[in-house]
Design a protein around this ligand. Structure first.
Ligand SMILES: Cc1ncc(COP(=O)(O)O)c(C=O)c1O
Length: 407
């Protein structure tokens, strides 16, 4: 076994609400279930450019970490948007438009009819809106363009110009809102209420259900693909899941739970230390808001309030929560770009590496490693949820462009 170097600082807490042997019950199935997944898969797989993203095996890094196998789901390949996010936001735009058509024309539609422009007049009169720290807004804007709706996206002060441009490139109007991501969420709802627009949020405080549920159900397609791509004889022991509001982690945890039952992998939630709303919510056994400066280089994870919809899955479903530091995410991007442990060089973005940062941190600490049950027989999956969504930021951190890394 090689040694992993440097070691990453972290905090680890056991989730006191974890129910490792509980069945996937009605509380969870109300949000995510197999018929919802089938519907989402059916729709998403018919969008132009759909292909499952690769599940890579990082043998060099696995060896350095002293585990049996490490699988990395490469969402940098997704739909040319470089993140897993179109699975959620764009899918929820489609579902909203289908509901509008149903309500106004009393017609059930399929994706093909919408993509063929059969309802283009109605669609052009529908405005969808969302708050974003980058990737969700890009996904909603991309979906709105694909399905012919108007789109207005609210971003907060910290969102980079590169990410703002990437959203505007899909024809959306982008409005910069003072304050944090959570402030932008509030402004989005207020504006939508006064303008008659449809909010497509990736989070909920309990008031809205359908759109964030559809977003989360769309994300489950990523997990379902991964489960199918795993070798038949591999039952993963652990999954490391980065969390912002928790939708991605909930979708993935739920899909593994439904597929593997009580043999399901140990789910570990990973967040930046300054925006660790899941870490504190799980520790306190109730949703807990983090305020103050929550900005992180892991921009997609810089959220101070959990999605209550994800709570119903992760409170019983997650075994551990941990926090990691911005510097470790930057180092991990370079580690993958360099192929430092003998794996092929790979492009991974700031938020996308967080789960892997958590694994590297835990694996390098003898006591935490044993607490979380990591051994040389562990087969682990991480989700590389973004590639270079902001190529300029990527070059700044890694010192090379994404193209140079993969050349
Ligand atoms: C690349 C990336 N990974 C992970 C996440 C976390 O997803 P969630 O907010 O559903 O927890 C985000 C959220 O924006 C993201 O952009």
């Amino acid at each position: 076994m090689n040694q992993i170097n440097p070691k990453y600082a972290f905090e680890l807490t056991a989730n006191p609400g974890h129910e490792p042997t509980a069945e996937y019950g009605p509380r969870q199935a109300r949000i995510l279930n197999q018929s919802g997944l089938a519907q989402a898969r059916d729709a998403i797989s018919s969008w132009p450019g759909y292909a499952p993203t690769s599940l890579l095996r990082l043998d060099g890094l696995a060896d350095a970490l002293g585990i049996k196998a490490l699988y990395y789901k490469q969402e940098g390949e997704r739909f040319g948007l470089a993140s897993f996010k179109p699975l959620g936001g764009a899918y929820a735009v489609l579902r909203r438009l289908q509901a509008e058509i149903r309500e106004r024309l009393n017609v059930e539609t399929n994706v093909g009819d919408i993509l063929a422009g059969k309802f283009s007049d109605l669609a052009a009169g529908v405005t969808v809106t969302a708050a974003t720290d980058g990737n969700h807004g890009r996904s909603v804007a991309w979906g709105a363009r694909m399905f012919g709706c108007r789109c207005v996206i609210f971003i907060n002060e910290a969102v980079s110009i590169g990410r703002e441009r990437a959203i505007a490139a899909y024809g959306a109007e982008v409005r910069r809102n003072p304050g944090s991501y959570d402030d932008a969420v509030r402004t989005t709802f207020e504006t939508a209420r006064s303008e008659g627009w449809h909010v497509v949020p990736d989070t909920t405080d309990g008031e809205t259900f359908e759109a964030p549920r559809d977003v989360t159900q769309g994300y489950a397609v990523m997990a379902a693909e991964a489960i199918e791509q795993l070798p038949a004889d591999v039952v993963p022991s652990h999954i490391f899941l980065q969390a912002g509001v928790g939708g991605m982690a909930a979708a993935t945890c739920a899909q593994f739970w439904q597929s593997y039952g009580d043999r399901r992998p140990t789910s570990i939630i990973v967040e930046p230390e300054q925006s660790a709303c899941w870490f504190h919510s799980l520790q306190n056994r109730r949703p807990t808001v983090i305020s103050g400066d929550i900005d992180s280089v892991m921009a997609g994870l810089a959220c101070g309030e959990i999605s209550t919809l994800a709570w119903d899955i992760l409170e019983p479903g997650a075994a551990w929560a941990m926090t990691v530091q911005d510097g470790a995410a930057e180092d991990c991007m370079r580690l993958l770009a360099d192929g430092r442990h003998g794996d092929a060089p790979m492009v991974a973005g700031e938020s996308g590496v967080a789960g892997l940062v958590g694994l590297i941190a835990l694996a390098g600490d003898k006591e935490a490693r044993s607490r979380a049950g990591l051994t040389e027989t562990s087969s682990i999956i991480v989700f590389g949820t973004e590639g270079a969504t902001d190529p300029e930021m990527y070059r700044h951190i890694v010192g090379r462009t994404p193209e140079e890394v993969t050349a």
